[in-house]
Design a protein around this ligand. Structure first.
Ligand code: G6P
Length: 606
């Protein structure tokens, strides 16, 4: 949700800034802009490609800041594009977040004679810094004084025309990482644009600023105390943040599924003991023995992973589970005792609502765990313990491979907690073995995607879809519908197949197709009845089934087969045809699959 990038060094800043924005583009594409102190600024509504068209042949300068916008305050137009400037065009700010008291600050600044040109909350920052600079011209101090007076969230890159050899980063509630190179340093919202330059990074904490020159960096708190922090190494390789020959990140990431599952499982299964070995939970292992309730919190796809986790954990670990979206959890009064833990699921580790749910639980002294993909992210750092997904960077805005890794991590957690309780050795071994078999099975699903592509083409003229499933595959119906909505803008609704007759069935006719997950498992017969109900209303059906279910499902639907696995693990395979269906559908419609309109990858505002 908005991307910021900054460079200070010895090289020509322009191509580095543009490259940085391109790698961050999944964070926002309402507008893009850059500022280079020695040359000025260029901004444009729309994605980075629009900005590229406006760039003059030469812009010289060895430092600069850049921004991609996901609009909150003010329309996504040229005027509101970042970086924003003060009255004199000397102080420039690229900001991700929301300044909550901007109206009040703006009123004061206007009275002091400042002229505002945009509708954004961000612009108050530039004028405040300008105001403080009037006192003694000290850039760092002016930034710190400004930040002490603002309420809200920010990840920021700041540049000052009079000091082109310096850029300042600041963080409060929106991610900021600084990259440390040879004779050059970087600021970014996440490590992906830094990777091609350096693997050495420092994640800023809330309430910190970093003052960066080409050969130096200093981190301060807002009390102006210097902070010493260890440098971390990014694990990801550059190839992981590039498309690697695929037309879109979404397809590349779906195709990475088998590797992702292997990476999530690597070193974590003890087959003969039927155990999961989770290093990230070691410190809390004893505490976990006595927990009696788990609240899972997530947003979007991560929330649906949590719903699958609820079925897994209740069935195999015998622990009562509730699942809630972060935006609801944080504003109600959840009843929790010291036997309750909160498990947050988040690919980015930065989703504001999920993060606030964790903070609320911590205020109540509840143990918090995370299933997080991004090492170094805020959620990873603020939870007490957790499991990293190891899915590698996910760039496509619609989450695909991260979902598979979240489900795999939940299965590992189920095994871990189940074996601490009543789960037998035999069941433990069985789950462990079936987990290990998954990558190979998924490879079969991915070996031939032509049929799914042809189905996407066949159904691409329809405007409404119903997705149905039961038990473990009920959340998959919700996730399948979400994928279609996200990337094709077509209306899709997911529902528990048993609930269909309580409303959604009324919509069904020959123009309203359904996708059913009908695997030969404990709810197969019920699913067949539900499919019959749709068929009886002339509804067309696509069904995901196992080979051995083809006999029953085949006469009723267009059938996609997946290999058989344990019911608990089936969502890890059944969701993939639905991801591919949404992908090919969007491609068929000629849409921007990796960057759906109005959405952003990492939602760092409420
Ligand atoms: C955004 C993304 C979704 C994602 C959700 C939660 O809406 O577009 O794909 O599922 O945020 O993100 P998280 O990073 O917390 O998993």
């Amino acid at each position: 949700m908005c991307g910021i990038f900054g460079y200070v060094g010895k090289r020509n800043a322009l191509p580095i800034l543009i490259d940085g924005l391109t790698s961050l583009e999944y964070r926002g594409y309402d507008s893009a802009g850059i500022y280079i102190p020695e040359s000025g600024s260029v901004k444009s509504p729309g994605p980075v490609k629009n900005l590229r068209l406006k760039l003059p042949k030469k812009m010289k300068g060895t430092s600069g800041i850049a921004h991609l916008r996901w609009a909150t305050h003010g329309k996504p137009n040229q005027i509101n594009a970042h970086p924003h400037k003060d009255c004199k065009g000397e102080v420039w700010v690229a900001h991700n977040g929301i300044i909550e008291n901007y109206q009040e600050l703006k009123t004061k600044l206007v009275k002091l004679g400042h002229k505002f040109i945009s509708e954004t909350d961000t612009e108050v920052l530039t004028h405040l810094i300008e105001q403080y600079l009037k006192k003694d011209g000290d850039f760092e101090k002016a930034v710190i004084k400004t930040l002490r007076g603002v309420r809200g969230t920010y990840g920021m890159a700041i540049s000052y025309r009079k000091e082109p050899g310096k850029i300042i980063a600041a963080r409060m509630g929106a991610p900021v990482v600084i990259g440390l190179g040879e004779n050059e340093n970087f600021i970014a919202s996440d490590p992906s644009p830094i990777l091609r330059h350096t693997k050495r990074v420092i994640y800023l904490n809330d309430g910190e600023i970093a003052v960066m020159g080409s050969d130096s960096y200093n981190i301060y708190t807002l009390d102006y105390n210097e902070v010493k922090r260890d440098v971390e190494m990014i694990e990801w390789g550059l190839d992981q943040v590039q498309k690697g020959g695929f037309p879109h990140f979404m397809l590349k990431e779906i195709m990475e599924g088998p590797e992702v599952i292997k990476n999530t499982l690597r070193g974590r299964l003890l087959i003969s003991e039927g155990l999961a070995k989770l290093g990230g939970l070691e410190a809390v292992t004893e505490k976990l023995r006595s927990i009696q309730r788990i609240i899972i919190v997530g947003c979007g796809t991560a929330y649906y992973a949590g719903l699958v986790g609820e079925y897994m954990l209740e069935e195999y670990a015998g622990i009562p589970v509730e699942v809630e979206v972060g935006s609801e959890f944080r504003y109600r009064k959840p009843v929790m005792d010291d036997k309750t833990i909160l498990l947050a699921i988040s690919q980015s580790g930065e989703t504001a609502d999920t993060l606030e749910a964790i903070r609320e639980a911590k205020r109540k002294n509840i143990l918090t765990l995370g299933i997080v993909n991004t090492v170094g992210s805020t959620i990873a750092r603020e939870t007490d313990a957790g499991i990293f997904n190891h899915a590698g960077p996910e760039i496509g805005v619609a989450s695909t491979k991260a979902f598979l890794s979240q489900l795999t991590a939940l299965a590992l957690l189920t095994l871990f907690l189940g074996r601490q309780r009543q789960m037998s050795l035999v069941t433990g071994r069985r789950i462990a073995q079936k987990l290990l078999d998954l990558p190979q099975k998924l490879e079969k699903v991915l070996a031939d995607t032509k049929y799914i592509k042809s189905l996407a083409k066949k159904y691409s003229k329809y405007k409404n879809f119903l997705y149905i499933g039961r038990k473990y595959n009920y959340p998959i119906a919700l996730e399948g519908a979400l994928k279609l909505k996200e990337v094709t803008y077509v209306h899709a609704e997911g529902c528990g197949a048993g609930e269909m007759k309580h409303g959604p069935l009324a919509m069904i006719d020959e123009n309203f197709p359904s996708l059913a997950i009908a695997l030969k498992d404990s709810v197969f017969e019920k699913m067949i009845s539900n499919i019959q109900e749709i068929k009886a209303r002339k509804g067309k059906i696509i069904a995901v089934t196992y080979e051995d279910g083809k006999k029953e499902v085949g006469p009723l639907a267009d059938v996609v087969c997946i290999p058989k696995t344990l019911e608990m693990l089936s969502p890890i395979l059944s969701v993939v045809p639905l991801q591919l269906f949404a992908y090919y559908f969007a491609v068929e419609k000629g849409l921007n699959v990796d960057q759906p309109r109005n959405l952003a990858k990492s939602v760092t505002v409420e």
